[in-house]
Design a protein around this ligand. Structure first.
Ligand code: ADP
Ligand code: ZN
Length: 721
């Protein structure tokens, strides 16, 4: 009797046993289709000794329906899936889904039907049709994908197909990718770069677990250095994976990679069309994709011969996934490297305290690049005391900053104003009755977006048209915008410098790699004088003619005071400063703050990163906060407030007592309502030696709650909202 255990892609189900029918061969890791009631589900065969399942007699087993002709998921990936589920207290099937995100890719189909604009203008050109055709432009995709791009329903696209304005095309999806050439155009490295590169090359050749912290100032050439490690992986016929914190950074990366290796790497991110996803997944799973660059989701793909992982901008909080499986891609990357027995490189100009600590205790090997490439100097930093030099009424830019912008315009050099807030104003209120526009689904103000003439909630996406009158007192034209967003700063710049050419860079304007490419091209061509942007512009970009950075509100990130507020502020301002003066021209950074004496401002201005980190690290150690202690959050939510509160109290009452562990709360979350759900939080704080996951698993396993209540565990939380 041939039986096997299968982990199905359904988070609500445990592993199930099946019979392997005659003529089918499977092994652990094989990807199969299994029957479940009347349904057919995809799953992976697993070692029975590693996953418990209910015992079912041989005679009651149903046979597997199909085994895909694909390489089985390799043991290191299977162990990674188990570890991730265990560590982050997530259903193992939810983790498996991250390895098999494109079920379409499992089929061996060689082509797929996509659609594109023909150029024929339909007789009946409704505004919707016109909008769809314009937005789609040259792009291709499934009907659904084109509908999303066009901002219309599927029906509109189908109507356009009927009218002959859009046509079907067969797209082959198994075209091979070009192979990057490790010797295409290698740079001549500087001494420090060469030393670091040599060490990484030998680590790749040794093919052993080796975690590296590549700590180099902005513009020091970290990318060039880890490119050498990638070259070594390609030479050894191994795959390399580069994780980036945002897809907006993919485009500049692709260009640089192409210049170095002669062709593009394989990209993996949420912006891919289904056909691209299928092609990429199959190439990754077969080993044909040599170098993959992607967002955190690329981490769980089934690379059969991974030889190197690079996490670029490794300090970025966006590597932490906040929904579903709440994993931290940086930490899981290190675990994958360990299981695969390969090196992993965490690259950053502002490493996280956690990573620095690992380097200090010798767990990570540290590679330092202390200077900018080519003799470029780090920019000069100065604070503007907003109490001493306040902006004029109704403005947000102090006189010194305005003067510096003026000087830069005259010198035909580019400037960047950084404010980490999208939209026009973070709060709108009625001057007459004091009414404030709040999101109906969240504990959050509605943010005015003047370009789109709407108010939007940045938490749930709820939008409403910007009203003329106050909904409360009905007074007309009584609404005032409070506080600045990037759009408002852009208005101020336009009023001050009507002749300046400006660009706003936020996720509202740069929502695809193509948009990012367009922005980069305009910057490089000198078509932009002043960029006004959110954190999206703080990293990755290299514009030699950008010589002035103005930080509009350096205090912004310090409000709210979570564990990492000062660290994050330091990193963000350091990163954005790193955009200034990267070429031969010297850069200058002006930081607007109300508290220039705050330690974080002093450290930024004085350039004393080490002192700042030492003080922060001491504070963490004293409070037994990560990395010296452990945190886990339990978030209880429901559409019904009483039900959420009752469940949270019940969980709180059931809290086990352990030495060196305390449970705080439940308390209403700072975001007490999110997407229509009321939220309460408990926080577990323990010393490092406490097996927190095991304790929480037992604890929550003994409590029952209604299906309408959601209980999510966030291990090593980064958000405290
Ligand atoms: P970082 O990632 O550390 O901020 P980059 O890798 O972006 O720095 O390097 C900054 C700039 O210097 C880039 O334009 C890069 O191409 C260039 N550069 C760095 N090292 C070299 C080198 N050895 N030879 C030529 N150009 C280099
Ligand atoms: Zn909302």
């Amino acid at each position: 009797m041939n039986r096997c255990r299968v982990l199905l892609l359904n988070a609500a189900l445990g592993p199930l046993d099946y019979r392997v029918p005659p003529g089918m061969t499977v092994e652990p890791g094989s990807i199969v289709v299994a029957p479940l009631g009347p349904r057919q589900l995809i799953g992976a065969v697993w070692e029975p000794e590693r996953l418990d399942a209910e015992e079912v007699g041989d005679n009651r087993l149903r046979p597997l329906l199909h085994a895909y002709d694909l390489p089985p998921l390799a043991p290191p990936l299977r162990r990674l899936i188990e570890w991730t589920a265990d560590y982050y207290l997530s259903p193992i099937a939810a983790v498996l889904r991250m390895a098999l995100p494109s079920t379409g890719a499992l089929e061996g189909a060689r082509s797929i039907t996509e659609y594109r604009v023909t150029g024929h203008v339909p007789d009946r050109l409704t505004p919707q049709r016109a909008q769809a055709l314009e937005r789609i432009g040259e792009r291709m995709g499934l009907v659904r994908e084109l509908a999303i791009i066009g901002g219309v329903s599927d029906g509109v696209i189908r109507g356009l197909v009927k009218a002959g304005a859009i046509e079907a095309v067969e797209v082959t999806i198994d075209d091979p990718y070009a192979k990057p050439d490790p010797d295409h155009d290698p740079p001549a490295l500087e001494t420090a770069q060469a030393g670091a590169a040599a060490e990484l090359r030998s680590a790749v050749a040794a093919a052993e677990f080796a975690p590296y912290l590549l700590d180099g100032v902005t513009g020091s050439g970290k990318t060039e250095v880890y490119f050498e490690a990638i070259a070594e992986a390609i030479r050894g016929d191994r795959q390399a994976l580069v994780l980036l914190p945002e897809i907006a950074l993919t485009e500049p990366f692709l260009k640089r990679f192409t210049a170095r290796f002669g062709c593009e790497p394989v990209a993996w991110h949420s912006g891919l069309r289904q056909s691209q996803r299928r092609r990429a997944w199959r190439a990754i799973a077969s080993g044909e994709a040599r170098v993959v660059v992607g967002a955190r989701s690329a981490l769980f793909l089934p690379y059969p011969k991974l030889g190197l992982i690079v996490v670029d901008e490794a300090h970025e909080a966006s590597f932490k996934q906040e929904e579903g499986v709440q994993y931290h891609a940086r930490d899981v990357a290190v675990m994958r490297a360990k299981l695969e027995a390969i090196p992993v490189v965490l690259a950053s100009a502002t490493p996280a305290i956690e990573s620095r600590h690992m380097a200090e205790i010798g767990t990570y090997r540290e590679l330092k690049l202390p200077d900018r490439y080519g003799g470029a100097r780090l920019p000069e930093m100065a604070a503007i005391d907003m109490l001493q030099d306040p902006p004029p009424r109704g403005g947000w830019l102090a006189g010194q900053l305005v003067q510096a912008l003026q000087d830069n315009l005259e010198a035909a050099e580019q400037s960047l104003l950084f404010l980490n807030r999208r939209g026009y104003a973070p709060l709108t209120l009625c001057r007459h009755c004091g009414y404030r526009f709040q999101c109906p689904n969240c504990t959050a103000w509605m943010v005015e977006h003047r370009f789109t003439r709407r108010l939007a909630c940045h938490h749930c996406g709820h939008v409403m048209p910007a009203p003329h009158a106050c909904p409360e007192c009905k007074e007309e034209d009584s609404l005032v915008a409070c506080g600045p967003g990037v759009e408002r700063i852009a208005d101020e710049v336009a009023a001050l410098f009507p002749e300046a050419r400006t660009a706003i860079v936020t996720s509202d304007t740069i929502w695809s790699p193509a948009k990012a490419a367009e922005f980069v091209a305009r910057m490089e061509a000198g078509e932009i004088d002043i960029v006004i942007g959110t954190q999206l512009v703080t990293k990755g970009y290299h514009f030699p003619n950008l010589t002035l950075v103005g930080v509009v509100d350096a205090d912004l990130g310090l409000a709210g005071g979570d564990l990492r507020a000062a660290e994050r502020t330091f990193q963000q301002i350091r990163q954005v400063s790193g955009r200034a003066g990267r070429g031969d021209k010297h850069g200058r950074v002006l930081v607007q703050t109300h508290d220039p004496s705050a330690p974080v401002m002093q450290a930024l201005i004085g350039g004393d990163a080490d002192g700042f980190y030492a003080a922060e690290t001491d504070a963490r150690r004293a409070a037994a906060m990560p990395p010296f202690g452990r945190l886990a959050a339990i978030i209880v939510s429901s559409e019904d407030q009483a039900e959420a509160a009752e469940t949270a109290r019940m969980i709180g009452r059931a809290a086990p007592s352990h030495e060196n562990m305390i449970v705080l709360g439940p308390a209403p979350a700072p975001l007490a309502m999110l997407r229509g759900r009321h939220r309460l939080r408990l926080l577990v704080h323990a010393s490092r030696a406490v097996p927190v996951q095991e304790i929480i698993r037992d604890w929550l396993g003994g409590v029952r709650w209604k299906n309408s209540v959601r209980v999510a565990v966030d291990v090593d939380p980064y958000s405290f909202l």
